[in-house]
Design a protein around this ligand. Structure first.
Ligand SMILES: [Zn+2]
Length: 95
């Protein structure tokens, strides 16, 4: 997918993060990423930990080939450490 815009938001409803695949509660600061698969626009949300771990892709405004959960699954201990640093407690997310 090709990344078209990246914007920080505070969510009004629960969103599943594209990077980690976890569902985060309403009111969580997330990053809304608008992308295109070549046919239609899509908005996906990223939690702060995944933005941090995946920032090379997001900042490139280029193609991202990952699937939901890839950012966390690539290195779970590193992702957990970053999530804790951002004050995110994965055990308390909506699942
Ligand atoms: Zn995430």
């Amino acid at each position: 997918m090709i990344i078209l815009s990246v914007k920080d938001v505070r969510t009004r409803k629960a969103h599943r993060c594209y990077g980690c695949g976890l569902r985060w509660a309403p009111g969580t600061p997330m990053t809304a990423v608008v992308c295109s698969d070549g046919r239609r626009l899509n908005t996906c949300h990223w939690c702060a930990a995944c933005v941090d771990v995946g920032q090379d892709w997001l900042n490139s405004f280029d193609e991202y080939e990952g699937l939901p959960g890839d950012i966390r699954n690539a290195d779970v201990p590193r992702w957990l450490a970053v999530a804790r640093r951002h004050g995110l407690i994965p055990a308390l997310c909506a699942g």
